[in-house]
Design a protein around this ligand. Structure first.
Ligand code: UDP
Ligand code: MG
Length: 365
């Protein structure tokens, strides 16, 4: 009998799946009536479904950060392309242009764009501080809960933004573009391949393209990661080591239409020095003894073994006057002690400067 009743209720109200969602679209009154006519367990089920739905499409507002340095010809076409690409996106957005001390007419054009459309904002530097500084400042001004960065030179395609967001909705904290088919000069492409290879090996992160201008971040990532110098190339590495999840999607890339690139060949030398900085500042900054202590101890022990061997020889009657190995042993012992002491000092510094806010808390109960 109970079962029969239940079936009846089901035919009256529909099951918890499709029909309920269709009813949602009818008038509020109707919706409330139907909602309370449903058995309690179905109402609960709908509640869970709604929550799941919310978790899947979490983002409410998109912020686009665009660093620019002398890109006057590209700015108007870029603005139009962004508007067109985001029309289909059912989500509010803002664009933050960061003028990195341009000396051409870029700032004037940016100001005009921002005056005509309130969704566009700008920050302008007094001098050229570099792309990382521009990004960091842009991140400080965002109000959305998801942040996309892109270059101003029309090489990145705004039509990829919905794809980035789709990937983010799978639960990633950072989604990076991969310029699989890249339109840049030959030397740049090859050196970039090498650079990506080394970064992949050293960081252990399986991305093909670390330095793509087009990336999407959950707001939490941009709030917590400090990017300075030229570390913008390593955003995925910095994010990964802070515990954020990182993914990659293939994006279209265009040749530069106007102006010229702002990064010469020197970028690659600087890039590798930066890689060492990144590895130190993420892996070892909180535990210097793991690095200095390890190499210090290693050097000390090898030095000790070398000199121990020489000492045994000396006891057996061989003079030490013509044994160059003695110097090597001594050097290794001294260097070992020094490295160890640097590690200890570093450890003491870390201990005395530790603040709780350096740890990123994901959730609290
Ligand atoms: N950029 C910047 N400050 C700089 C150098 C570059 O804001 O000091 C901007 C530049 O205007 C562009 C983006 O960073 O929007 C990428 O620069 P570029 O296209 O020269 O790099 P490439 O594509 O050659 O790697
Ligand atoms: Mg470019």
């Amino acid at each position: 009998m109970d079962k029969l009743l239940e079936e009846n209720t089901n035919t009256n109200t529909g099951n918890a799946g499709g029909p309920i969602e269709r009813q949602e679209k009818s008038s509020d009154d109707n919706h409330a009536k139907n909602y309370y006519r449903k058995p309690y367990y179905q109402r609960r089920r709908k509640f869970y479904k709604q929550n799941q739905q919310q978790e899947k499409t979490q983002f409410k507002k998109l912020s686009i950060v665009i660093p620019l340095f002398n890109e006057e010809e590209s700015l108007n076409p870029l603005t139009n392309e962004i508007r067109k690409a985001l029309k289909q996106l059912e989500m509010g957005f803002e664009v933050i242009f960061v003028d990195d001390g341009s000396t051409d007419g870029s700032l004037k054009i940016v100001k005009d764009i921002c005056r005509q459309d309130k969704r566009f904002k700008y920050v302008s530097f007094r001098k050229n501080y570099g792309k990382s500084a521009a990004l960091q400042t842009g991140f400080k001004h965002v109000t959305g809960d998801v942040v996309v960065t892109m270059d101003a030179d029309l090489q990145d395609d705004p039509n990829e933004i919905p794809n980035l967001l789709k990937k983010m909705n799978e639960g990633f904290d950072l989604v990076s573009g991969w310029k699989k088919k890249r339109h840049d000069p030959f030397i740049k492409k090859q050196s970039s391949k090498f650079f990506n290879f080394v970064t992949r090996i050293m960081s252990g992160i399986k991305l093909h393209d670390f330095n793509c201008g087009l990336k999407a971040y959950r707001r939490e990532v941009t709030d917590n990661i400090k990017v300075y110098g030229e570390l913008h190339r390593y955003m995925p590495v910095l994010a990964d080591w802070e515990g954020f999840s990182v993914a990659e999607i293939v994006v279209t890339h265009h040749p530069r239409r106007y102006g010229k690139t702002k990064f010469g060949i020197s970028r690659f030398f600087k890039g590798f020095v930066d890689l060492i900085t990144v590895i130190f500042s993420t892996r070892y900054i909180k535990r210097p003894m793991h690095f200095f202590g390890f190499f210090g101890a290693l050097s000390f022990i090898i030095g000790l073994l070398v000199n121990g061997y020489l000492t045994i020889d000396w006891i057996n009657g061989k003079p030490l006057s013509n044994r160059p190995m003695l110097f090597l042993g001594m050097l290794l012992i001294i260097v070992g002690v020094q490295l160890f002491s640097v590690g200890l000092l570093g450890e003491m510094l870390v201990k005395s400067s530790l603040h709780d806010e350096e740890y990123i808390i994901k959730d609290k109960g």
